[in-house]
Design a protein around this ligand. Sequence first.
Ligand SMILES: Nc1ncnc2c1ncn2[C@@H]1O[C@H](COP(=O)(O)OP(=O)(O)OP(=O)(O)O)[C@@H](O)[C@H]1O
Ligand SMILES: [Mg+2]
Length: 337
Amino acid sequence: MSFDENNPLFLVPETPEDKQFDFHPKTFEQYLGQKELKEKLYVYTTAALMRNEPLDHLLLFGPPGLGKTTLAQIMAHVMNTGIKICSGPMLERTGDVVALLTALGPRDILFIDEIHRIPTAVEEVLYSAMEHFRVDVIIGQGAGAQSINIPLSPFTLIGATTKAGMLSAPLRSRFGIIERLEFYQDEELQAIILQSAEFLGLDLSAHAATTLAKAARGTPRIAKRIVRRIRDFTQVLHKQPTDDVIQQGLAFLSIDEEGLTPVDHMILKVLVKNFNGGPAGIETIASLVGEDSETLEEAYEPFLMRKGYLEKTSRGRQIPPNKIAYIKGKFLGQLSL
Ligand SMILES: Nc1ncnc2c1ncn2[C@@H]1O[C@H](COP(=O)(O)OP(=O)(O)OP(=O)(O)O)[C@@H](O)[C@H]1O
Ligand SMILES: [Mg+2]
């Protein structure tokens, strides 16, 4: 296996491997971290269950891979209801969403991922579906066309988005519960890593799990991918995942001890070398790094900002002045300043 610098192995969206070959939390207890959010959702789902009503519509937002889809699945499991999962770009025509809505049973959950990407016409169908549990359907064509109003089962819409700001105000206002997922703390990721390692039969020490947690960018999906790759690495080398082997494994995966990938390194190097720390425009940085600006914004910047290595200003991105010396030190010898 070779690491393609331009292919951010750990930052791509969900893959079939994520789905099939790993542990998936089915209950709130198995879903580690996000304590406050979990408590709230537990209260809301339990209360709805006691009243035998659907849960109020819920909007979950936050960076990719933090567990939005998983939470929706857990809620369906806890409420013992069906769940239909689709994503915004899949719903091209109003007929697509009407078909999904009319197939829902009482209290079922419709989960729409990337809800900020649904077309306007589909969004308008959702308004009356969410508010009145009814949809208007046009039957026939031309002069003979007529609109009929169909009742739906009372259902819950769970919308997930990485870009809450891109949701229209009318759609946003129809969600009774709006919650944000935060990046995970290292201790939470350590627990997730141990949970996954146990399921995969990888004998990780608590210390090794901490090392991997620090490299996981606050994100369970990345943490779990690292565990699977470390399992490959140790298996092929016939080694045990000792601390030394873990370090070698991370180097093999081109992830540094802070979780930074070659693309993160390039972003920081470009800023230091070409702009003396910045500010520089996102498009300029993107072209120098060889990535598109959207990927930089979505996959790389949030973590670099969280680390305090990058900030957004009105004139572009920059390395905070108090971090420039540290970054220069980190890449000493690689910058030819
Ligand atoms: N709190 C958690 N505890 C244990 N595992 C978790 C937790 N959160 C997420 N995971 C695992 O991390 C992976 C990513 O979670 P999920 O697919 O739910 O993220 P997401 O927020 O929906 O991401 P995206 O925005 O890309 O759709 C899954 O394998 C899931 O099982
Ligand atoms: Mg998801």
